[in-house]
Design a binder for this molecule. Structure first.
Ligand code: PMP
Length: 384
């Protein structure tokens, strides 16, 4: 049998308690949601769903072709201009997913003969970008600018440092200012994935690079847009839609249009997703307090879990990670939460390379005090 070997893998997964299954989410789920990445509660906001519906009515159910052929609408143009201006970069390019944006940024900016320095805690899409790129990857310790410096000392040609801004499972932040400083010293480029920073960190949710003073409209002190930093984002978390984008200098964006295979050979982002993201971005500009509220809810959730004796990582954005004693007990814990009406994320190896299973909770800006009370109570009562 051609694929006989997969049965042995399935049995091994079963023995280790690591089988994953899909379960459709009902449209009107009664569960309290601390599992999704809808950090600002915008995915079902009427302005966002209407943005999607209006775009689909006007432009159709799909983009109809790649961005360079028929897949670019004026909505894509508007989203790119407004996203770049909001986050403080010269230009932006929208992709069909954050995953595709990461593959594009790394492969197009790390040619043959280049060095890629990648944080050990990076998201799978950054890791895959490194694997696909022609450059040579050196993985360095998590959030360790000194390790990055040592790696850069070994390189001779072009170099690029790759990191998440906020790490997706533990919710801790990368030392962005220090990384930018080391990159400057070595003339290296910095590519950061702000999937979990956009909409949560920085003034009004402008993202982690903006919060670190690495992005922003040119002004007297910094007459140019950032030249050596490229940021990737997803439209599927704080913006409640789907898709991704790369932000950076216009010459880098032009390069991606001409060289990034996940841009050139992929169908453009669907109009509905583009319209939803644009509506969410405009809403966030009008209601900047949503970002600070997500951070407050995360801090409050962490404080209360810790006070009840649970081991939780101090959140730098909207993700709160709670340690579980084993993969089996993590699964049991998440299932018991579900039975008690609470949806939480459950992360086990191999999604977590350090082998430590966790519950992953997301603090939404629109959680009420009563909902927070309930969530903390359920997590405490169901602890293994
Ligand atoms: N980067 C990070 C850090 C992520 O957490 C995710 C989503 N899980 C992605 C990229 C991929 O984004 P998308 O879901 O838009 O493909």
């Amino acid at each position: 049998m051609a694929f006989g070997w997969i049965d042995e893998q399935a049995r091994a997964r079963g023995r280790a308690g690591l089988v994953r299954t899909l379960r459709p989410r009902p449209a009107d789920s009664p569960l309290l949601d601390l599992a999704s990445n809808d950090y600002l509660g915008l995915a079902r906001h009427p302005e966002v769903t209407e943005g999607a519906a209006e775009a689909a009515r006007r432009w159709g159910g799909g983009a109809t072709g790649s961005r360079l052929v028929t897949g670019t609408t004026e909505l894509h143009d508007e989203l790119e201009r407004e996203l770049a201006a909001f986050c403080g970069f010269e230009a932006a390019l929208v992709f069909s997913s954050g995953y595709a944006a990461n593959l594009a940024a790394i492969t197009a900016l790390a040619p043959h003969g280049s060095l890629i320095v990648s944080d050990a805690g990076n998201h799978a899409s950054l890791i895959d970008g490194c694997r696909l790129a022609r450059g040579t990857t050196q993985v360095v310790g998590h959030a360790d600018p000194e390790a990055v410096r040592k790696a850069l000392e070994t390189g001779g040609g072009p170099a690029v440092v790759v990191s998440d801004t906020v790490f997706s499972v533990d919710g801790d932040a990368a030392p962005l200012s220090e990384l930018a400083q080391v990159c400057r010293e070595f003339g290296a480029g910095l590519v950061v994935d702000d999937a979990h920073g956009l909409g949560v960190l920085g003034d009004g949710g402008r993202g982690a690079p903006y919060a670190a003073g690495l992005a922003g409209a040119p002004h007297a002190e910094y007459p140019e847009y950032p030249e050596d930093i490229v940021v990737t984002v997803t439209l599927s978390k704080s913006l409640g839609s789907q898709g991704g984008a790369v932000l950076g200098p216009a010459r880098v964006i032009d390069h991606l249009v001409n060289a990034a295979r996940t841009f050139i050979f992929d169908t453009g982002l669907a109009p509905a997703a583009t319209g939803a993201a644009l509506a969410a971005l405009r809403l966030l500009r009008r209601e900047p307090e949503r970002a600070a509220r997500a951070r407050e809810v995360a801090a409050e959730l962490h404080a209360r879990l810790t006070a009840s004796g649970l081991e939780a990582v101090r959140p730098d954005a909207a993700v709160v990670s709670v340690r579980a004693p084993s993969p089996e007990r993590a699964v049991r814990w998440a299932a018991d939460c579900r039975t008690a009406g609470l949806a939480v994320g459950c992360f086990r190896p191999p999604s977590v390379p350090d082998g430590i299973s966790r519950l992953r909770l997301t603090a939404r800006a629109d959680l009420t005090g009563g909902q927070l009370d309930r969530a903390v109570r359920v997590i405490g009562e169901t602890r293994p």
